[in-house]
Design a protein around this ligand. Structure first.
Ligand code: G3P
Ligand code: CA
Length: 295
């Protein structure tokens, strides 16, 4: 009798895996329609980048480290000050959040192109002034929260400047925001966050720009459709969807001194699988859940 739910569980996992791979494939096709960075030939690649240092204030010696995704998106409105604070309060190792820019040039913390999924507004984030973005409620997915605002990156840094967590800052669609790399580097330096910031992007041109401007800031290559081969990796941290990792490709990255980091790991079974394979970081919407593995 007890075998039936176990079989159903494994079918559910297979279906989930299949759906994810399908979605990744669709995203890959979409990415080839929008602009993305070409793979640089070896002779045009920058020197190897900086790996995220372990600050003296590091809150944990856990391996893998646990990073809250978009703050802690499963627990509080994503990419908001409330969400970032929720992640800080859990004393996890770091927080990931996304950066875009308003119509009037202010860096804001927001994931989607479109405002409709997580706010009571419509339209594109880059088509709105900061005042227009600030008029929106970004808490519509969380009934326990009301009147939550889209934060500027400056506001996020003001909140995070005194905490000890690592900051994983993803630059979304930098080709839409010329000069975003300079703006971001200036703000990281202004808040003295160089030591514990890592800039991430699917658009590796932006990482090259960041690395040229500030080689002391760690960067992480996001790969959508695959774990990169040895001759494709440039920087020292690779960030892929967790379903793409195997013990072999993680070991291969480690042999080159590259950290293997995974998003978005919400299920304990997935986390356990990745931990056994040697993953270096788990980014999750539910840091509270993953912390139970280390209790
Ligand atoms: O850490 C990378 C991960 O955040 C990428 O996925 O769509 O949540 O930005 P997304
Ligand atoms: Ca992100």
């Amino acid at each position: 009798m007890r075998r039936i739910p176990r079989i159903l569980g494994s079918i559910r996992r297979d279906v989930r895996r299949f759906v994810w791979l399908l979605l990744l494939r669709m995203a890959q096709q979409a990415m080839s329609i929008v602009r993305t960075s070409p793979i640089l030939p070896p002779d045009q690649r920058p020197a190897w980048g900086t790996i995220l240092p372990i600050p003296a204030s590091r809150v944990s010696t856990r391996k893998p480290i646990i990073i809250g995704h978009r703050g802690a998106a499963g627990l509080a409105p994503e990419n908001t000050l409330e969400g970032l604070q929720a992640a800080v309060d859990l004393a996890i190792d770091g927080l990931e959040f996304d950066v875009q820019r308003s119509k009037d040039g202010v860096l804001v913390v927001f994931h989607d192109e479109d405002l409709a999924r997580v706010t009571n507004g419509t339209g594109k984030v880059w088509d709105k002034t900061l005042a227009e973005l600030k008029a929106l409620d970004a808490a519509i997915l969380h009934e326990d929260y009301h009147d939550v605002r889209i934060p500027t990156l400056r506001e996020a840094f003001e909140l995070l400047r005194t905490c000890e967590q690592l900051l994983m800052i993803e630059v979304k669609e930098p080709w839409r925001y010329p000069g975003v790399e300079e703006q971001l580097v200036a703000l990281i330096r202004e808040f003295d966050l160089v030591e514990r910031s890592q800039v991430r992007s699917f658009y590796h041109d932006a990482l090259h720009a960041i690395h040229r401007l500030a080689p002391e800031i760690a960067v992480s290559e996001l790969w959508l459709d695959r774990v990169p081969e040895d001759d494709e990796v440039i920087y020292k941290t690779v960030n892929c969807h967790h379903i793409l990792y195997t013990a072999e490709n993680i070991a291969r990255l480690h042999r080159r001194g590259v950290q293997a980091t995974a998003w978005t790991v919400n299920e304990l079974d997935d986390a356990r699988r990745l931990i056994v394979m040697g993953i270096d970081e788990l980014t999750t919407n539910y840091p509270d859940r993953l912390l139970t593995l280390f209790a």
